[in-house]
Design a protein around this ligand. Structure first.
Ligand code: ATP
Ligand code: MG
Length: 410
């Protein structure tokens, strides 16, 4: 029998952990809405082919991380990432006439990986997708927006922007050929995974986390040397745009990203504070993806932030609003006390109603929930249409009429 605990790689989120996760999503939503992005919610599961075909068969995600199942003959998969679902929604709903479109999403993703700090089997992502604009101006805008997001979380000092260009299809072909020639010279020392990738998708070898591969990759041909003129010009515009905004970045020639659908600009926001789980946000351009899904020639660019990892970087506890404790003094006033609590809450106040215990216990509880004030409801005062309001910081107390109570507490 399985023990009564959360499955490996999943977590129960409550208290400060949950508050921090929520803050990341709230700050993200607030920032990207300023850039004109609107929220989209796609299903948590899709037909398996939505992911398998579009993320790429040889990627870690598709080859070993997907939670797939069959139901009534349908092959389904819990979404491992957000982009494929959003693009699928764009195509299914025929949104081509509304371009350009700017969407953001957040929610759980599922990947079967080895759990550790900052790496879970159910993770939360906050992401954006911008469809229908080819100009490098949006690469700049979207990277600036990601940076802005982390700035508003107070994390700008903890991350660096790493950026690279994979160029257009022609550049990618040129590079692939050079890379394959180079890797074949080191075939014997590559990991088994990478030997496979060499056949199917050699670029992914650059993304390998195996030490034996990393040594070989360190001396691999540079991507920048394979970019054609158009790709170089595109990347130069992106760099110029970031310089113009004063956003600091580091060009990382080895950055290729794990998914198949990227071209031109790829980027990651990286921290050294989370060990091997240092990438907190990652994205890039995916001009071919929409066409691959049958949605026509529509350019795309996006990123996804790891909400779990971003929350881990937030050092300071999230402050919660202090409540007002409502303390009835005996059974004779319970109905009236509950009625007052109801009206105060309707007026927008945060009220912690005291259910039981003697007077002393009830005050102890009020302090435990960090109440700023206590409203004491006694039969004698009620006769006069009053209650007692006590400031729990200063200890001062006074009688307040019921009509003035909301005003007094606001
Ligand atoms: P990694 O190299 O760490 O496995 P990835 O390239 O697989 O990351 P993406 O698919 O780009 O990650 O996902 C975007 C972001 O989502 C990552 O930068 C990371 O912050 C977060 N993320 C990815 N996988 C996990 C996970 N298993 N647990 C927690 N966060 C994750
Ligand atoms: Mg991964």
């Amino acid at each position: 029998m399985s023990k009564l605990q959360a499955a490996r790689g999943t977590r129960d989120l409550y208290g400060q952990d949950k508050l921090k996760m929520k803050k990341v999503v709230e700050v993200g939503s607030c920032v990207v809405e300023r850039y004109g992005f609107e929220e989209i919610e796609t299903p948590v599961f899709e037909f398996t082919e939505v992911f398998a075909r579009n993320i790429g068969e040889t990627t870690d995600i598709v080859s070993k991380e997907m939670y797939s199942f069959e139901k009534s003959g349908d092959n389904l998969t819990l979404r491992p990432e957000g982009t494929a679902g959003v693009v699928r929604a764009f195509v299914s709903n025929g949104m081509q006439r509304q371009l350009p479109l700017k969407f953001y999403y957040h929610g759980p993703m599922f990947r079967y990986e080895r759990p550790q700090k900052g790496r879970y089997r159910q993770l939360t992502q906050f992401g954006v997708e911008l469809l229908g604009v080819e100009s490098p101006q949006v690469d700049v805008e979207v990277i600036a927006m990601a940076y802005n997001f982390l700035e508003e979380l107070g994390l700008a000092g903890k991350v660096v922007v790493e950026i690279n260009s994979l160029g257009d299809a022609e550049s990618r072909d040129i590079y692939r050929e050079k890379l394959v020639t180079y890797l074949k010279g080191h075939y014997e020392n590559l990991s088994e995974d990478s030997k496979n990738r060499l056949e199917k998708n050699p670029l992914r070898v650059l993304d390998s986390k195996e030490d034996c591969d990393k040594e070989i990759v360190a001396n691999a041909p540079l991507y920048s040397e394979s970019l054609n003129e158009a790709s170089k010009a595109f990347f130069a515009d992106v760099i110029k745009g970031l310089d113009n905004l004063g956003i600091k970045y580091r060009v990382n020639d080895r950055l290729v990203r794990g998914l198949d659908y990227y071209n031109h600009t790829v980027f990651e926001l990286v921290t050294d504070k989370l060990g091997a789980q240092g990438t907190v946000l990652a994205g890039g351009r995916y001009n071919g993806l929409v066409a691959q899904m049958g949605g026509g020639d529509v350019a795309g660019i996006g990123w996804a932030g790891g909400v779990d990892r971003l929350a881990l970087l937030l050092d300071d506890d999230i402050e919660v609003a202090r409540p007002v404790a409502l303390i009835p003094t005996g059974d004779d006033v319970y109905d009236k006390a509950m009625e007052i609590a109801y009206n105060l809450r309707k007026a927008g106040l945060k009220i912690e109603y005291s259910y039981s215990g003697n007077f002393k216990k009830r005050f102890e509880k009020a302090n435990k929930v960090n109440a700023s004030k206590a409203v004491i409801i006694g039969a004698d005062e009620l006769v006069k249409g009053e209650v007692v309001v006590k400031d729990l910081d200063s200890g001062e107390q006074k009688n307040v009429s019921l009509e003035k109570l909301i005003e007094e507490l606001s």
